[in-house]
Design a protein around this ligand. Sequence first.
Ligand code: GAL
Length: 676
Amino acid sequence: MPSIVPRVPGLCYGGDYNPEQWPESVWREDVALMREARVNLVTVGVFGWAWLEPEEQRYEFGRLDRILDLLHDGGIRVDLATATASPPPWFSTAYPLSLPVDADGRRLRHGSRQAICASSPDYLAAALRLVEQLATRYRDHPALAMWHVNNEYGCHNARCYCDTSAAAFRTWLQRRYGDLDGLNDAWTTSFWSQRYTAWEQVLPPLPTPATGNPTQALDFRRFSSDAQLAMFVAERDLLHALSPGVPVTTNLMAGLHTDQDYWNWAREMTGPDLLISNDHYVLGEDDIPPAAQIAYAADLTRSLSGGSPWLLMEHSPSAVNWQRRNLAKPGGRMILDSLGHVARGSDGAMFFQWRASRGGSEKWHSAMVPHAGTDSSVWRDVVALGTGLAALAEIDGSTVTPTVAILLDYASCWAQEGESQPSVDMDAFAEVRRWHHALWRAGIVADFARPEADLSAYRLVVVPSLYLIGDAGAANLGAYAAEGGHVLVGAYSGIVDECDRVRLGGYPGALRDLLGVRVEEFFPLAAGRSVALAGGSPLGAYGLVWAEFGRATTATVVTTFADGPTAGSPALTVNTVGAGGRAWYLGTRLAPDPLVSLLSTVAASAGAEPVLPDRPDGVEAVRRTRPDGSAYLFVLNHSDVDATVRAAGTDLLTGAVWTDSGVVSAGGAVVLREAR
Ligand code: GAL
């Protein structure tokens, strides 16, 4: 199988390289240092538009020619950016309507980046002109390994509320609903006299005196994600036409940003001459520890890639600059972070950025070459990581194949984030993260899947929070269980249809029969309160955030609520379905430790095992395999004590042979080639 980037055999290593920030005299040193660190791929010119096109349609490619030649002479391949992420000031001055407008009607200005309305025809035309120039000039350049379209679509401009966007929104709605009757029905405009009688009355969800129409808000989020995606597709198609055979990607932000429906993006980013790439930055002050944050992003990206290898396009060598407190990584941590992504399917580790900027708003962001230069701990780690990744070359193309899937649906989370919900504490994306973290703590590697996906490869499908589900998704989950699959569904799932209309007859609506439970009424808890669960509960003593009043119809009750208005109602049930399938339902939320126990118990009963059943605390284990039987066990020790681990094989990083166990040093990693 060819490498994910065929012109870069083995694993990719490098980062964003912005030579336009430096005099040419620095470039030679850059290339020499890249060679020293065994860098083999750099992303050139992500924000280079003003450098390449200093005036409208006057292109200056001399400097880009020279840097690509220099990189080529140094044996370094290039992920060439289309440079369309940050239009220069001349552009927005000439085309002011291309600037985005926020929900309060303020038009944002240039002076930063991504000052773009995703529906602007002027922006698209200018961007495609630049792409055409770049593609025709560089498609045969020997350094070119892949195309990097734009940058982190929607990072700062996910939704635009200008008149151009409003018109594009109407066109999108016409395609979705056909006519105004369809729209009025879908949006329940019979409520509060909102009936539309002409398309020009239909607006983005602008500020209103009282709560707005929830389906309007939801559709605007769907539309806005599609509008961003359309910009990518336009550049992608032009690159494929002008530069056939060269892979194209754009860097997603799976695991951090939630404004794009990445399942839809994945459809447009997988296939011939395409690859999925992702950026990830650890949140220094978060309830979920860094290693589990990395696992979440990596598992999600691998799932977007359909299980195939993907590429970590950006992460940080040490601190970032955009959090309130930007925590630096202690020596060695960067290597462990990178391997965390590689363990879960990335065929490389790329950074933002190569050389730390002297000025500009990211001057306090770490880089592979820090302000201190090469006499620094960061640089020594950069060199060590380059050596390590070179030693791992043979894992290239191997895959991770979990037996557990977590259902994630963007539109469902968006709908649940809307106004006037039963409880502000019923967050959706955060609950998905908590369940993933609990599985991570249980040592279980999981994929993500959308509700309509083929689930047959999994022994267990968990559904942390799926408020909105379409008929197809509900039928799919039901069929999966009927064929013997195990399902665990969290509270407030299956409640509304795709138009955010309640499924009547008792909650959890679409999943009522599957779960064998009928809920009459929700009883969300007051802030900070908990609800007692019946004695000896396997869930621990308390439920959090949510309780509900209902009964089991066909399910067996495992635990009930023990106090308050829902006392006696089921809190945890299990229903037997079809040929040995089981459908568990949790009608409350759990603190972290009981959630780990519940997921471990349910996974064990489904036959979904941890990768290493007897891991010491703080040790993460993930296996990559290949159809030919090769297997690579990544063991990452996130604790601050050395860990003895039972496993056998040859450590690709050091050559050490483990016959039946070995020691992974505190903060260290081994990658064992296991015997076939
Ligand atoms: C990413 C972005 C990079 C850089 C980085 C800083 O979101 O793609 O250009 O800004 O963040 O962490």
